[in-house]
Design a protein around this ligand. Structure first.
Ligand code: NAD
Length: 501
């Protein structure tokens, strides 16, 4: 019998009551490992009520105390990091070291959130006019919610709730139904760290739970990370209902390889960034652009490396790449590879028929690394996100033709250039229409004290995740103009104050 998971509401694990469940798989074996309950509207509404009550307590807790809770949470996460990584690897399928990295990148955001007293400081102007001072303060919003994807079940939830809770909000996390066990553990660890009951509620669910979040007037702000069609829907619905919303979507990330690049470095960078986590990263490089003929040499260098990838169970220390998350997703990735072949691209390495022969793992959702050469911008398999271990090579004659590709693409999440030429690197960073840029760095994910966010169809809303932008997203500013005491006797004023002296 598969383990029945719960919701984490009001400081307790709560059994699902809707009668609806979603199977959680171990993608390395293909077996169902657990069942996640899918919350009904009424269950989500009860969680919102619990978060609303928690907000009254938490928003009146001093910012220093809130910071100390985050410090304790940091300590607990560090203590449990490897166990969380193991749990994550078993449900997601990414290899253990990468899964621990997922937890660690979430820990980085908690470290940032520990410094919240500094970021909550307002501004003060003394004597803006006779006896008048003016100051501003940052206030939390109330109940905030986060809806997260399967591919970073530790990091992405912590991008959101660590900053939001440190700011004084209560938070409802609706994690991906594909790998909810780590998010549920994070709820327990926040409680153990000293956050009052209901400050972090973790509610499993599907569209019904999400639509309740989007339509309930008690939710003040919604953060979303996932695919573009859902991001667009979330942003349109949340903002139509008067909520703040930041909604990150899909990606197609290009790496430009200039003729002067160090090709050993390029090959290593492409192997890690295209095939790491089986390509299920929103910052994975999925398109390489060889400028001035250099792409032919790169294909020659990549081919044996892609063929030699060690693909196997996520907890096997020899594996360099684990399985894809579900069999449906594997079918989807295979469909794009078939499409690329039909569209006329040259499939240099074909991983479609890869199977894992290890005993007990034959039913896992494995898919071999695929490498396409001679891809063109007209192909649908280029225009759309594949989200699997598939790298596409495009050849261009010039830098201008190369930069036009990411600039004209619907997505604009991450991109990178490999070159020894400072002029080309600087021009690229300045002119590329993409939110996050690497120079000789293949996966330029900003650290927690900077902000994360793409452009174009990769993000809806105008405020990024974490860093100071995160604090701005989860707080509202109040500005006070204060006059003591002489002006109080001045009598009525019928014109707008202009503060001349
Ligand atoms: P997804 O869009 O299928 O699901 C994301 C979340 O939305 C999940 O919690 C899911 O339960 C919920 N959801 C799904 N369908 C819904 C619907 N019809 N109505 C309401 N809610 C719904 O995404 P995924 O497959 O979990 O994640 C992969 C995608 O996320 C990729 O496109 C990837 O590029 C993207 N991603 C983007 C970033 C970024 O920062 N830009 C980061 C990570 C992942």
């Amino acid at each position: 019998m598969a383990l029945e998971l719960n919701h984490f509401i009001g400081g307790k694990m709560v059994k699902g009551g809707s009668g609806r469940f979603s199977d959680v798989y171990n993608p390395s074996t293909g077996e169902v490992s657990a069942r996640a309950p899918l919350a009904s509207k009424a269950e989500m509404e009860a969680a919102i009520a619990s978060s609303e009550a928690a907000f009254q307590i938490w928003s009146n807790t001093s910012v220093v105390k809130r910071s100390r809770v985050m410090f304790k949470f940091l300590e607990l996460l560090t203590k449990h990091r490897d166990q969380l990584g193991e749990l994550l690897a078993m449900e997601h399928g990414k290899i253990l070291s990468d899964a621990i990295g997922d937890v660690q990148r979430g820990i980085d955001v908690v470290e940032f959130a520990c410094g919240i007293p500094h970021f909550m400081k307002g501004e003060f102007s003394n004597n803006v006019s006779s006896n008048i001072d003016m100051y501003s303060m940052r206030k939390p919003l109330g109940v905030c919610a986060g809806i997260t994807p399967f591919n970073f079940p530790a990091m992405v939830p912590m991008w959101m709730f660590a900053v939001s809770i440190a700011c004084g909000n209560s938070f409802i996390l609706k994690p991906s139904e594909k790998d909810p066990s780590v998010p549920l553990r994070l709820g327990e660890l926040m409680l153990e760290a000293g956050a009052p009951d209901g400050v972090l509620n973790v509610v499993n669910g599907d569209k019904e739970a999400v639509d309740t979040i989007l339509n309930d007037p008690r939710i003040q702000a919604v953060s979303f990370v996932g695919s573009t069609p859902i991001a667009r829907y979330i942003y349109a619905t949340a903002t139509a209902n008067g909520k703040r919303c930041q909604a990150m979507g899909g990606a197609k990330n290009h790496m430009i390889i200039m003729p002067d690049a160090d090709l050993d470095q390029v090959t290593d960078a492409l192997i890690g960034s295209a095939y790491g986590s089986a390509g299920e990263r929103c910052m994975a490089i999925s398109v390489a652009i060889g400028v001035g003929g250099v792409g032919e040499e790169v294909i020659k260098m990549l081919k044996p490396r892609v063929e030699a990838l060690t693909i196997g169970p996520s907890l096997d220390t020899e594996s360099e790449m684990g399985p894809l998350v579900t069999s449906e997703h594997r079918d989807r990735v295979r469909g794009y590879v078939d499409m690329g072949v039909e569209e006329g691209a040259d499939l240099v390495v074909d991983g479609r028929d890869f199977t894992c022969n290890k005993q007990g793992y034959e039913g896992g959702y494995y898919f071999g690394g695929c490498l396409f050469d001679k891809v063109t911008a007209e192909m649908t398999s280029y225009k759309e996100e594949i989200f699997g271990p598939v790298l596409q090579m495009i050849h261009t004659d010039s830098f201008d033709e190369a930069i036009a590709l990411p600039n004209n693409h619907q997505f604009g999440n991450g991109t990178s250039i490999f070159t020894r030429d400072g002029d080309a690197a600087r021009q690229f960073a300045d002119q590329v229409e993409v939110g996050m840029v690497g120079i000789n760095v293949p996966i330029p994910v900003p650290l927690a004290f900077h902000t994360f966010g793409g452009w174009k169809e990769s993000a809806f809303g105008d405020i990024n995740q974490h860093g100071e932008a995160g604090v701005r997203f989860y707080t509202k500013v109040k500005t006070v103009t204060s006059r003591w005491p002489k002006g109080i006797r001045a009598g009525a004023e019928f014109v707008i104050p202009t503060l001349n002296d």
